[in-house]
Design a binder for this molecule. Structure first.
Ligand code: ATP
Ligand code: MG
Length: 429
């Protein structure tokens, strides 16, 4: 037991001393039994929220209507929830009523899966009325009670089902799986924020590939309120071409998502729709789109310094490096390269040269040029040109020359190059 758990035990004892049954519940009990690291300890008790607030000196009424009080104790915080029963899920997501009850078993019964419906006490007590431990031992994920009813009550449980199966390498018990298939259409009632949050946790978890595969098998994405732009078939092809181990090579969820979107052949302009549907933050949306644009440019045609430099200028160095990291990770996997439409020649060329090319870029945006717009206006005047749209055109050209190492980022060199280029333009006109 660590300090957080010892303090949790004190909270449970304090409630019991006042005569109210109290237990550890939920994910803590599951993870403890599995010997996994535990993040937080949730506590359930027969004591009403007011009693909980009266028992501890520091509390926050975080969700009184659901019976949840946060207790601050010894530098830790614990959600203490009154045993409750839930009824009337008319929106397929949340109960219409919650009713506080006196018995732990009734509280455990409202929980989604058997492994999440166990309770434990600080003195070694175990309460497991639905066989959660046996299911875990046999590698099985199973609903508490009648699966069809449980998914009808709360359709988000279907996404949770996939997430837990992937995270804990569990087989979904056949009755639970059948019910999930029969009720998948109800997922459309669930807010995309929640669906997106589950998908994000799948991507961040132990085996995103398995989660993505289960989503495909169950056709759940077809039933999201906004299903996003990855067609079912493309989703299946990406699953067929990738493997669990590919995702394991990438530590962050964003890189994993990038791999996934590339394998599914999602075009950069469609990412916006995908990431909006799944409620990614604006920053993440932008980053993802930029990386896909880098890919679109580099995977299309022979590898060249100019392509690389243009990818950096248009999408930023961060996106280019993000892409490069991905290419480096999969340089020896012809299967993944094929899945994302990158030839091994392209991959190899960029891996060997791109960093050097990047280091040699003396400017990555127009503002870094040692010659600004007013300098160009002055040059234009000497050539008898009035200010106009040509200024930004010349500026972009100078930037490319500089970034390619053709022209030094130095006022005289830039001025000379600009004059030559503008004369050339004038000749063409
Ligand atoms: P993790 O925190 O790793 O996702 P967890 O099991 O703690 O796992 P939470 O979402 O924190 O999951 O919920 C805590 C507990 O509340 C669960 O273990 C489960 O007993 C119950 N629970 C949560 N969401 C639902 C739901 N949608 N339907 C039924 N029970 C639920
Ligand atoms: Mg939890």
């Amino acid at each position: 037991m660590n300090a957080m758990e010892r303090e949790a035990a004190k909270v449970v004892h304090a409630l019991r001393e006042r005569g109210f049954p109290a237990f550890f519940v939920g994910g803590y009990v599951r993870d403890k039994w599995l010997g996994r690291p535990v993040k937080d300890v949730d506590i359930a008790t027969a004591a009403a929220p007011e009693v909980v607030m009266d028992t501890f000196s520091k509390t926050v009424p975080t969700g009184l209507q659901h019976g949840t009080v946060t207790v601050l104790s010894g530098g830790f915080s614990y959600e203490v929830t009154t045993f409750r029963k839930e009824t009337g899920y008319s929106d397929y997501r949340r109960p219409d009523q919650v009713e506080f009850v006196g018995a732990l078993e009734e509280d455990l019964q409202r929980r989604d899966f058997t492994m999440n419906a166990m309770a434990a006490g600080p003195d070694g007590e175990w309460i497991d009325p639905f066989g959660g431990r046996r299911d875990l031992e046999q590698g099985r994920l199973r609903c508490v009670g009648e699966p069809a009813i449980r998914f009808q009550e709360d359709a988000l449980r279907m996404m949770r089902c996939v997430r837990f199966a992937a995270e804990y390498s569990l087989q979904i018990e056949s009755g639970t799986w059948q019910a999930l298939l029969e009720h998948r259409h109800l997922l459309k009632h669930v807010a995309m924020e929640r669906v997106g949050a589950e998908l994000a946790r799948i991507m961040d978890g132990a085996d995103p590939y398995r989660g993505l595969g289960l989503l495909y098998e169950a056709k759940l994405p077809l039933h999201w309120a906004e299903s996003g732009p990855i067609p079912h078939q493309a989703w299946g092809e990406a699953v067929a071409q990738l493997a669990s181990a590919d995702f394991q090579l990438l530590s962050d969820a964003e890189q994993r998502t990038l791999l996934w979107l590339l394998a599914a052949g999602l075009r950069p302009d469609a990412t916006a729709q995908w990431s909006r549907a799944l409620r990614y933050s604006n920053t993440v949306q932008k980053r993802m789109r930029a990386a896909l644009l880098v890919h679109a440019r580099l995977a299309d045609g022979l590898a060249s310094r100019q392509r690389w430099v243009e990818a950096v200028l248009d999408n930023g160095r961060e996106a280019a490096l993000r892409w490069l990291a991905l290419a480096r990770t999969f340089q020896n996997s012809s299967r993944v390269l094929q899945a994302i439409g990158l030839s091994s020649e392209q991959c190899e060329a960029y891996i060997h040269h791109a960093e050097k090319w990047l280091a040699q870029m003396e400017a990555t945006q127009a503002s870094e040029l040692k010659l600004d717009g007013s300098d160009l206006v002055a040059i234009g005047r000497t050539l008898g040109r009035k200010p106009g749209p040509w200024i930004s055109h010349v500026q972009q050209w100078l930037l490319l020359q500089c970034a390619m190492g053709e022209v030094q980022n130095d006022p005289d060199a830039l001025r000379y190059a600009a004059q030559m280029y503008m004369r050339e333009l004038a000749d063409k006109e």
